[in-house]
Design a protein around this ligand. Structure first.
Ligand SMILES: Nc1ncnc2c1ncn2[C@@H]1O[C@H](COP(=O)(O)OP(=O)(O)OP(=O)(O)O)[C@@H](O)[C@H]1O
Ligand SMILES: [Mg+2]
Length: 113
């Protein structure tokens, strides 16, 4: 299983949600976050003087998927969230060891859907 963490523009979320729903991805976790990328990350002086780190509002979408669904989910995120302007966001992928549905104790594939 893989976990996808996509940090996207807030205004891209509704369309992404709809596309994911249409491809059968139902389970996801969404957080409102703030962050910065390469540009405008840091500014100013520490201790005493002006210190401003400019953070941009983003939405973080987390999904745990079976390995074989990863490619199409990544494609969908890129296709719906890319504007070609800086700040479109990032996608992080990691490996998940196990999942449990708390209500039933199911694990693995059974617990994912
Ligand atoms: N290395 C990172 N680790 C954790 N979060 C990151 C990292 N890079 C970017 N982010 C998160 O992704 C958000 C969007 O980043 P952003 O799109 O500006 O990336 P970028 O690398 O600067 O690309 P771009 O050139 O398109 O702006 C940031 O606001 C931050 O929340
Ligand atoms: Mg950036």
């Amino acid at each position: 299983m893989k976990k996808v963490e996509a940090i996207i523009r807030p205004e891209a979320f509704q369309e992404l949600r709809q596309s994911l729903d249409e491809m059968g991805v139902k389970g996801l976790t969404v957080s409102e976050v703030a962050g910065c990328g390469q540009q405008k990350g840091q500014e100013g002086i520490f201790r005493g003087s002006r210190f401003e780190i400019k953070l941009y509002p983003k939405v973080k979408v987390e999904m745990v998927l079976e390995d074989h669904d990863l490619g199409s989910v990544i494609d969908t995120i890129i296709n719906t969230c890319a504007t070609d302007e800086v700040g479109d966001g990032k996608i992080f992928v990691s490996t998940i060891d196990e999942v449990f549905r708390i209500r039933t104790g199911e694990t693995g594939k059974q617990a994912l859907i």
